[in-house]
Design a binder for this molecule. Structure first.
Ligand code: GLC
Length: 639
């Protein structure tokens, strides 16, 4: 193992001078963190910027030390707490919830007022969708940020944001916010300056005088929004050039080959951390580094830059975690939690997109074979990291089914993907799903899907038919139990705890009409939420089931995120079986996915002796009998 480089004396001296007025314990701690993380900072930046890396690292260290100086007292204590318990986010007690601030609580104060609702559900982590100042509509739900240092005015201001994080912390809830780092709004000050002819600002973006380079790049670039934003470059008259725009024409990709961009974001990381944000969701992080003749995703420099930014965060605000939003294949995904020299040194959390896709695929096909094959490929993740597991989020569902995995179970990848789109848009005979097709790509045949979980699972199509409704609700709860029982940090999508239907209002509102993802981003109707207290209602049933599962989960050591999930073959393709083992516990999850009762022979399960279903407390001596869409979490009985 190579010996880590020592912090240069000049950097240490400068840090000491900056920290001169600090209380001794803070000064000592910050210097210790600087020494501890300098090697990561230097390694990451040298990988990205070559010989210039050392100098960039010195600047980044200054930014980090300033971030530590600016850190409010309350958050300095949080840093110490997190350092004492670095696996806090891996605890089975963690439960995430994700929502738009306005759609959930009206504004930031409204969200703070709703903290007890979240706590009642068992939530310990809240991801609020972008709330920093965006460009005027359209702005991709806030993912086109015009100013990272102010809050969207109708939601409140920075003081409200700080107050919200404090209120949430008081309820044991950590706030996660997006750090949109691939692009800024065309209205951001950097973009405006570039249009005004400022060459330094122009160098923050990828601008090309003619189509030569854009054409060369586009030969291997996939399109993200082929439907409403075809191509990846946009002509701008003021720039007199083509600017790189992976997403919409008004979302300008930043040029991370320019170290000044890295330094700007190092500062933003500290700034957001010091408002009390505990988790930064690295939005579209896969796209940061561009390289000709590639898809311009998942380039090694993405990880080098993440490692450097994380080092900055660890120096300034060690309580802060990074969560990678990389919707990429299994091999590439592993890199976001770190492999080889980056193991455990990049993001702490990453979305488990494959699990999400496979749950939907399994429920449509009533068959677990593809899931077993696809998910067997996930393993070897650093034990200090965690998956963020989820069934739905604010985005569409893209059928990321690997052709080779499909072939391994006798399916055609393209045909299975087409089946899933047909099934979830309700076009397939026998399907009662009510999804919408999003971004049909004629070149690839891809059809992504929008829709709330409950609408996709047939809950709303079953209204008025108690038997069908019962089955659909079981399916809705089961899908969530797979996610909750997987291990990792499960994140619920706002409204799914009440089985909310699709929100058709998106089509009538000019600000959302062009993007049908708004169909599954309903405003939380609080009068409907109130029905969670009325026994017999759909809301009471679903909210109660998820709340109960979250409570049970919190008491199961085997669900600590450090452990891996193994998918078993129970000899019945309508049963999903998983096992998790930690020092303290073995946990077998068994899920009926076909909608009819099933029996799993005990011999198919790798545990001896009497078992207890932690969800119901039911004792299981012999074979395990499951009702339609039933889930059991089996642990050895104490006696
Ligand atoms: C992420 C977000 C998505 C957004 C895109 C561009 O993928 O989840 O909603 O459109 O980034 O910022």
């Amino acid at each position: 193992m190579a010996v880590d480089p020592v912090l240069p004396a000049s950097v240490e001296q400068e840090a000491r001078a900056a920290l001169a007025g600090e209380p001794e314990e803070h000064r000592v701690l910050v210097l210790a963190r600087l020494r501890r993380w300098w090697p990561d900072l230097l390694a990451g930046l040298t990988e990205a910027y070559g010989d210039a890396g050392a100098q960039v690292a010195e600047h980044a260290a200054e930014v980090a030390v300033q971030g530590a100086l600016d850190r409010p007292a309350e958050l300095r204590l949080l840093d110490l707490e997190r350092l004492v318990q670095p696996d806090w986010f891996q605890s089975p007690r963690m439960l995430g919830y994700s929502a738009y601030a306005d759609r959930f609580g009206g504004d930031l104060r409204g969200v703070a007022e709703r903290a007890p609702y979240l706590a009642e559900l068992g939530v310990t982590y809240l991801h609020l969708l972008p709330l920093l100042q965006p460009r005027p509509e359209p702005n991709d739900g806030g993912y086109a940020v015009a100013d990272y240092r102010s809050v969207r005015p109708d939601l409140g201001d920075l003081a409200d944001l700080r107050a919200l994080t404090a209120t949430l912390r008081g309820h044991g809830i950590s706030l996660a916010l997006d750090l949109v780092l691939n692009h800024v709004a065309a209205e951001h000050a950097w973009a405006r300056a570039a249009r005004d002819g400022d060459l330094r600002a122009r160098a923050y973006f990828h601008v090309f005088p003619d189509r030569t380079e854009p054409d060369a790049f586009e030969r291997t670039l996939p399109e993200v929004f082929p439907d409403f934003a075809p191509g990846s470059f946009t002509w701008d008259d003021d720039l007199r050039g083509w600017v790189w725009t992976t997403f919409n024409s008004w979302q300008w990709d930043l040029d991370w080959h320019n170290p000044e961009v890295l330094l700007e974001f190092a500062d933003l990381v500290c700034f957001l951390a010091n408002q009390g944000v505990e988790v930064l969701r690295l939005d579209a992080v896969a796209f940061l580094w561009k390289r000709l003749s590639t898809t311009c995703q998942d380039q090694p420099e993405v990880h080098a830059l993440t490692r450097a930014l994380r080092a900055v965060a660890r120096i300034a605000a060690p309580a802060v975690l990074f969560k990678a939003e990389a919707i990429v294949g299994p091999e590439q995904l592993a890199e976001y939690l770190g492999t080889g020299r980056n193991a455990g040194r990049v993001s702490d959390l990453a979305y488990h997109n494959s699990l999400m896709v496979q749950v939907w695929s399994t429920l449509a096909a009533k068959d677990t074979r593809l899931l077993r094959t696809a998910l067997a490929r996930f393993g070897g993740r650093p034990s200090t990291t965690s998956w963020a597991t989820y069934l739905r989020c604010h985005d569409d569902i893209g059928w990321a089914v690997d052709d080779a995995d499909a072939a391994a179970v006798g399916l055609s990848g393209p045909l299975h993907r087409a089946f899933l789109s047909d099934w979830y848009s309700g076009a397939f005979a026998g399907s009662d799903a009510e999804g919408l097709v999003f971004q049909e790509n004629e070149a690839t045949g891809d059809r992504r899907i929008s829709g709330t979980a409950a609408s996709l699972l047939g809950v709303h199509a079953a209204a008025g038919d108690p038997v069908r409704l019962d089955l659909a609700l079981r399916r809705h709860v089961l899908a969530h139990l797979v996610v909750l029982g997987w291990g990792g940090l499960p994140v619920l999508w706002s409204g799914d705890e009440l089985a909310l239907p699709d929100d058709d209002a998106w089509a009538d509102d000019p600000t959302t009409a062009g993007d049908n993802r708004w169909v599954h981003r309903p405003r939380l109707p609080w009068e409907v939420a109130a029905r969670r207290d009325e026994p017999g209602t759909v809301e009471a049933r679903v909210f109660g089931a998820l709340q109960h599962a979250a409570r049970v989960r919190g008491g199961l050591p085997a669900l600590h995120a450090s452990a891996e999930t193994e998918v078993l073959d129970p000899g019945d393709d309508r049963l999903l079986a998983t096992v998790r083992r930690t020092q303290d516990q073995v946990l077998v999850g068994l899920y009926e996915v076909g909608g009819a009762s099933r029996t799993c022979p005990r011999s198919a399960l790798p545990v001896e002796g009497p078992l207890v279903d932690a969800l119901t407390g039911r004792r299981v001596e012999g074979d395990v009998v499951l009702g339609p869409y039933e889930a059991v979490w089996l642990v050895p009985a104490l006696s």
